[in-house]
Design a protein around this ligand. Structure first.
Ligand code: SF4
Ligand code: SF4
Length: 167
């Protein structure tokens, strides 16, 4: 495996903050990760593994992360459990957010991520409302949800260049 020094520096910039925290590779993050619990194959150890991601990230093994199955990066649901249980107080999700952003920049994120982003751009909602939902709310006496200002949201997204990342 090749060390990508620029990538390693970027990771360290995210990771260090005020003090360098070493990863023990104790695997407490993986042992408590709900995604690892349902994806890791005990015999082959394939599946979503935050411990392995942290190891490859801190060592600068960019290819090991980005050439692999998209699940390697995008399996994380940002539940923050790993951040809470890490004995070294490593903010794993900070590093995983950086990896996800790099994946989007490279145009390699899974299709469902672009689909979700497109939905937000088009409707200013992560989950656009459906007539059936609106009818159900009315039947239950729940007030209608005000429509978001789509133009305003699109302007904000364009200002940060999100529209150029959509497929
Ligand atoms: S990131 Fe923390 S919990 Fe995970 S292996 Fe390293 S030291 Fe252990
Ligand atoms: S934040 Fe991500 S990596 Fe950490 S425990 Fe939750 S799903 Fe797993």
């Amino acid at each position: 495996m090749t060390v990508n020094f620029e990538f390693r520096k970027q990771i360290m910039d995210y990771h260090v903050h005020d003090v360098l925290k070493y990863c023990f590779q104790c695997s407490r993050c993986t042992d408590n990760c709900p995604i690892s619990a349902v994806t890791i194959d005990f015999y082959t150890t394939t599946g979503y593994n935050p411990r392995a991601n942290i190891l490859n990230a801190l060592l600068g093994y960019k290819d090991a992360i980005f050439s692999a199955d998209p699940l390697t990066i995008w399996g994380c649901t940002v539940c923050d459990t790993c951040d809470e249980v890490c004995p070294q107080h490593i903010e794993l999700t900070e590093i995983f957010t950086f990896l996800k952003n790099e994946s989007v920049k490279a145009g390699n994120a899974p299709d469902f991520i672009y689909g979700q982003a497109q939905a937000i751009f088009d409707s200013a909602k992560a989950i656009p409302s459906q007539p059936a939902i609106e009818r159900r709310r009315e039947q239950l006496g729940i007030p209608a949800v005000d429509a978001p200002d789509v133009n305003e949201v699109q302007t904000l997204l364009k200002n940060i260049g999100s529209d150029k990342k959509l497929k």
